[in-house]
Design a protein around this ligand. Structure first.
Ligand code: ADP
Ligand code: MG
Length: 252
């Protein structure tokens, strides 16, 4: 999980986003190394979701640059369709709500986009889907419909669906917030395994245990900017900023 400092995969420079006159991201500078797991924590409304959504252009940022590897996007001008598809190919995202297709089997939920986006044959896509369902512990659910699965299982399927497109980077936006604690744990276990396998991950989370024990670094956001960022244990046990101390007191 720990990555060499010179191995930067994601670089955000002065990334900004406004909704009308409201500044939601106020010039974010951030580097994430290949294989790093970064947890983002902070109060509601601080811009965490917007930051993730801007990184893969679900929301277009309105200033700054996003660099993934050697590909660079200047957010001060509209991105081209080619730039967007290259960017999105490299990034998977998992949301609080799993949004599986209810009328398709679990297997089909995982395999469909592989055919549509990657042009895989049905056979190859199904094989890859089964591998991933095994990885998240749900091979036995392949032929079921999502409604027969618990929330925790549905979120693990959503993770498998995202991994099926072979992303280099996974973004998670509060993936366990909609789940009972016990079901959240099985999702966190899958995320921990993914982290240990070397995936580069940015995880917005309320799970302070995950932030402290699984992620390499923790970043605190408030009011659209980074309050502080550093190695997980240092930030969680000995934060330097008053704003971080206040936030951690409130959630513990
Ligand atoms: P967080 O994920 O940290 O709770 P968000 O990124 O969802 O924060 O939101 C940051 C701020 O941006 C909030 O004040 C929110 O109301 C505002 N915001 C988010 N999305 C929109 C939108 N589509 N239109 C207008 N304001 C928005
Ligand atoms: Mg959010």
């Amino acid at each position: 999980m720990t990555a060499a400092a010179d191995n930067v995969l994601i670089r955000l420079a002065s990334l900004s986003k406004h909704y009308g006159t409201h500044t939601v991201l106020d010039g974010i500078d951030l580097e994430v190394c290949s294989g790093e797991v970064l947890a983002i924590i902070g109060p509601s409304g601080s811009g965490k979701s917007t930051l993730l959504r801007c990184i893969n252009y679900l929301e277009p940022p309105d200033g700054g640059t996003i660099t993934i590897g050697s590909a660079n996007i200047d957010a001060s001008r509209p991105a081209t369709a080619a730039e967007l598809s290259r960017l999105r190919r490299r990034i998977g995202m998992v949301f609080q709500s799993f949004n599986l297709f209810p009328h398709m089997s679990v297997l089909r939920n995982v395999s469909l986009a592989q055919e549509r986006v990657l042009g895989r044959s049905r056979k190859d896509a199904d094989e890859r889907s089964m591998q991933l369902l095994k990885r998240v512990g749900l091979a036995d659910k392949a032929s079921q419909y999502p409604v027969r699965c618990s929330g925790g299982q549905q979120q693990r399927i959503a993770i498998a669906r995202s991994l099926a497109l072979d992303p280099e980077i996974m973004l998670f936006d509060e993936p366990t917030s909609a789940l009972d604690p016990e079901l959240g744990l099985e999702v966190l276990a899958v995320m921990r395994e993914l982290a240990e396998s070397g995936m580069t991950m940015i995880v917005v989370t309320h799970e302070m245990g995950f932030a402290e024990n699984v992620s390499d670094n923790v970043m605190i956001m408030a009011d659209g900017h980074i309050v502080e960022k550093g190695p997980s244990k240092a930030i969680m046990r000995d934060p330097q900023q008053e704003r971080t101390k206040r936030f951690l007191r409130a959630v513990h």
